[in-house]
Design a protein around this ligand. Structure first.
Ligand code: HEM
Length: 514
């Protein structure tokens, strides 16, 4: 036998023996072996990686919960269950390195050290506080008004509007202003619209690496950054341009994130991407635009398909306010309880972040008493987490979970539902942008219902966004808004047709004519 053939024969045999040994260990001796779970998840993280690549890990995890129970093994070293996010002994695991803009550059989202995180959180949180949002409101209202004018133009010619696109344009323009005092004009012009794709690419990659940590060191986005005109390179160039433009102005010229963080974070204008400000800016831009867009598109989907809820919400908006100008932040908007219930019900059913947010025992806790979650003693090094999509469809908390029923947030069972509601996560790493998200979604929905009636587009366009009958992979429910899990969510539609409420739309017509 030729030496090469001999080598390859021995190598293959050795590989098979090692694999059998490893899989035998994982099935029979691994500390988590007592937990039920899918066979392939017991063997390797490739299980999570495969479903992350298919963008349906949330659906698979939900099915696994039904089959194996709440505490099951969803990957080699991962358990899902319990009261995790308020536990001070737990931190974000090292797999969050997957979201570093450049290796070693940490931001408020992926810093693991508690002290460093709370300093960053205090800094970034200033731009997102209630007081800051009050100052930002006129700018937010301008963006929402642009959104309304675009719907009005489409309504004039009965053109179906893809709400995924419109909501994402609004979300990105808003975050361009709040982050950098920069008018990206995505709602009205083409130039920066590629940013949507760039954010999807980034989120997909991060999610894949979070589920299959072996990929963390393989960074296709870093490679992509060196390719001429790659989408990732263009995204970073836009963020850099926004920072440079803004830093050329006096620091208090705008009310934005940069006015708060620039004095505290080192940045060299000649090399912005190496400075401390850079990772915060890139994350802020990615986190704030797409998530609110999913929440809005989901709400439009469910309202267009549930006519009783639609009518009740329209009545609330149209009786609470006397003019479009009155629709702004404050007690009247906060008093729209049905509006809030519709938003929460959409966030429950189509969570913008529907994934499992992994946590692990802080390394400083090693050797101290074991971690106990819901009566389970968890070995050190295990990742624990709750899957948001599964939690939000758990019948114990949300009876009839696939039915859009805003009333569940207003009736007697509301406290139980609220205890299990976590679209923004909970605990010290809860979303810092929650108040902005609610304000933006509330204004966009309330103003839309003030000016228009809407319904699904006729023909096949009207079906886009829902499930496909007969599918058995979790996508067979026609009335469920289909999200594709990429840590955030990818989606399409709904396509809606808008009918102006004429006496109210006259002012829009005049503004357009003017
Ligand atoms: C409906 C809209 C939104 C949803 C559902 C959402 C959801 C979340 C979730 C689940 C997390 C925790 C992630 C984890 O533990 O790994 C998070 C973190 C975060 N979000 Fe949001 N988000 C939304 C909008 C926003 C907006 C508009 C901003 C503002 C720019 C924002 C800024 C942040 C920040 C700064 C963090 C990191 C918090 C920390 O670790 O201290 N989010 N978000």
């Amino acid at each position: 036998m030729a030496p090469l053939a001999l080598f390859s024969k021995h190598f293959t045999s050795a590989f098979i023996v090692c694999a059998l040994f490893l899989f035998g260990y994982r099935l029979l001796l691994h500390p988590l072996r007592k937990y039920p779970g899918p066979f392939f998840a017991k063997l390797s993280d490739v299980y999570g990686g495969y479903f992350a690549a298919a963008r349906r890990l949330h659906l698979r995890t939900y099915q696994d919960h039904l089959q194996y129970g709440a505490a099951h093994k969803s990957a080699l070293t991962k358990l899902t269950k319990g009261d995790i996010y308020q536990n001070e002994r737990l931190v974000k695991p090292s797999i969050y390195r997957a979201s570093e803009v450049r290796p070693g550059q940490n931001n408020v989202f992926n810093s693991r050290d508690k002290k460093i995180h709370s300093a960053k959180r205090r800094l970034v949180g200033q731009a997102l506080s209630d007081q800051s949002l009050r100052r930002f409101e006129p700018t937010l209202l301008e963006q929402v008004d642009t959104f309304i004018r675009i719907l009005y133009k489409a309504s004039d010619v009965s053109r179906a509007v893809d709400m995924t696109l419109s909501c994402r344009h609004l979300g990105l323009d808003t975050i361009g202003q709040l982050g950098f005092g920069y008018d990206l004009k995505i709602q009205s012009e083409e130039e920066h619209r590629f940013l949507k794709k760039a954010i999807v690419f980034t989120n997909f990659r991060i999610n894949l690496a979070l589920q299959l940590p072996a990929l963390i060191n393989f960074r296709p986005d870093l490679i992509a950054t060196y390719l001429p005109n790659s989408i990732r390179k263009r995204l970073l160039a836009v963020v850099e341009k926004m920072i440079a433009t803004r830093l050329a102005q006096p620091i208090n010229a705008k009310h934005d994130l940069l006015s708060f963080i620039t004095p505290k974070l080192q940045t060299d204008l000649k090399d912005i991407q190496s400075g401390e400000l850079w990772p915060e800016a890139v994350f802020f831009f990615g986190a704030g635009g797409d998530t609110t867009a999913t929440a809005m598109a989901g709400a439009f989907f469910y309202l267009s398909r549930n006519s009783d809820c639609y009518k009740q919400l329209a009545a609330e908006i149209r009786t609470t306010f006397n003019s479009a100008g009155e629709i702004r932040g404050g007690p009247q908007l906060a008093g729209c309880r049905y509006l809030r219930a519709c938003i929460d019900e959409s966030l429950r059913m189509a969570s913008p972040v529907g994934t499992t947010l992994w946590r692990e025992l802080d390394s400083q806790e090693a050797g101290r008493c074991p971690l106990v979650v819901d009566g389970h003693s968890i070995p050190h090094g295990t990742l624990v987490g709750v899957n948001i999509y599964s939690l939000h469809h758990n019948e114990d908390y949300f009876p009839d979970p696939f039915t859009f029923r805003p009333e569940r947030w207003l009736d007697d069972g509301a406290d139980k539902a609220r205890a299990a509601f976590a679209p923004f996560s909970v605990g010290p790493r809860t979303c810092a942008g929650k108040p902005l998200a609610y304000q933006e979604i509330s204004l966009a929905l309330a103003k839309t219902l003030w000016y228009f009636d809407f319904e699904p587009a006729p023909g096949y366009l009207g079906d886009i966004g829902g499930g496909t009958p007969g599918k058995t992979d979790g996508r067979g429910r026609v009335g469920e808004y289909q999200t594709y899990d990429i840590f955030g969510a990818y989606h399409d539609g709904p396509y809606l047709v808008f009918h102006p409420r004429h006496m109210h739309c006259d002012e829009l017509k005049h503004r357009q004519d003017g």
